[in-house]
Write a protein that binds this ligand. Structure first.
Ligand SMILES: Cc1cc2nc3c(=O)[nH]c(=O)nc-3n(C[C@H](O)[C@H](O)[C@H](O)COP(=O)(O)OP(=O)(O)OC[C@H]3O[C@@H](n4cnc5c(N)ncnc54)[C@H](O)[C@@H]3O)c2cc1C
Length: 323
């Protein structure tokens, strides 16, 4: 959130200094994310009025993506279910009329690597994905003034026209509405499978994505656990992620584990983000499962507040009561 705000403000001609206590890139929630830009799939977690802002974010990522710097791709996502979970696809389709029903032949056309293992699916052609760590590095490279320092927004507000407070979970000390939702994910190397787009495997407990990345890497995640205390991934979650992966394609049994990691998503009770202003401090937080999906439009909103302009997302969050 902070990097994207700084990037947009700087691009608009403002003189920006960014502080992060953990350096650049920080090993924060954003650094652990999966990178799905999946508005339809996420509509379970937000009102439908957020669809347009989500698609605007995808357009912004596309606009700033340079020569594949952060693996931005908009090839849609494919939702698949094992026979016992087929009802989940039907339920999902009711909420997402844009989803195209795909049969065995269409799945084989979209992802031949899956070898006809699935007969039922849904295809959401407008969804996209990026590589979060590469996206963060891209934004960082383009920022001029970066200082590794732990700061209190209130203490520095006298030195700047505006302070953008995007401290994520660290704001919990003063913002008691914030809670942490743990997400765990797994990265593996599998040279024996080619996927061209993210696959969401309908799972009774989590929205599990398998996202292909360059170099035969695959990200699988993420869990969604209401427990912020323990930052390390649990054995149970690792087992669930791995077994889901192997049911997608047996070649994953021979894949090599690159990383198992966990992050804490800053979240408000309604799981929607908030932008508030007190004096010259603008706070932007609560991006929950949507840090990459929403930070571009949230940053645009921050820019509008700095420039005292109207902003559609601000109106949606404040005047329509989605907060
Ligand atoms: C496993 C997992 C998978 C996810 N997958 C997706 C996904 O596919 N798509 C998606 O859109 N979102 C996803 N998310 C959600 C997304 O990662 C979060 O919503 C997002 O990272 C929140 O970003 P943030 O900038 O608010 O917080 P953070 O990324 O935590 O950044 C806050 C920063 O503030 C710094 N800071 C804190 N206090 C201070 C201080 N006093 N002084 C200076 N610096 C300070 C911290 O060091 C940190 O770098 C996922 C999250 C997880 C955990």
């Amino acid at each position: 959130m902070g990097l994207m705000s700084a990037y947009m403000l700087q691009k608009a001609g403002h003189n920006v200094t960014i502080f992060d206590a953990d350096g650049f890139p920080a090993n924060n929630a954003s650094f652990k994310a999966g990178g799905m830009l999946a508005p339809f799939a996420e509509i379970e977690h937000m009102p439908v009025t957020f669809l347009e802002p989500c698609f605007e974010s995808i357009r912004i990522w596309q606009d700033i993506s340079e020569n594949g710097a952060f693996e931005f791709a908009q090839r849609g996502s494919l939702l698949l279910a094992h026979p016992q979970d087929r009802h989940m696809l039907a339920r999902f389709a009711q909420h997402a009329p844009q989803a195209q029903i795909t049969d065995k032949a269409r799945i084989a056309e979209l992802e031949p690597g899956l070898n006809n293992r699935f007969s039922d699916g849904l295809y959401l052609p407008e969804e996209a994905h990026i590589h979060p760590q590469k996206a963060m590095r891209f934004l960082i490279q383009n920022l001029q003034h970066k200082i590794q320092q732990d700061i209190d927004p209130g203490h520095i507000s006298g030195h700047y026209d505006f302070v953008i407070d995007a401290r994520g979970m660290a704001s919990q000390k003063t913002d008691s509405d914030l809670r942490g939702v743990k997400g765990e994910l797994l990265i593996v190397h599998n040279p024996d499978l080619i996927l061209t787009r993210p696959v969401r495997l309908m799972h009774p407990r989590y929205a599990l994505y398998i996202v292909p990345r360059e170099g035969n890497l695959f990200m699988i995640g993420a869990t969604n656990i209401e427990a912020e205390g323990e930052p390390r991934p649990a054995v149970k979650s690792a087992m669930e992620l791995m077994s889901a992966l192997v049911t997608l394609h047996p070649s994953f049994a021979e894949a090599h584990i690159v990383e198992i990691t966990a992050g804490i998503r800053p979240s408000y009770p309604d799981n929607l983000p908030r932008i508030t202003q007190a004096g010259n401090i603008i706070s932007s937080n609560g991006l929950y499962r949507h840090g990459f999906l929403l930070s571009p439009v949230m940053a645009k909103c921050v820019l509008a507040l700095v420039e005292k302009k109207r902003n559609a997302l601000y109106i949606l969050l404040h005047e329509r009561g989605h907060r």
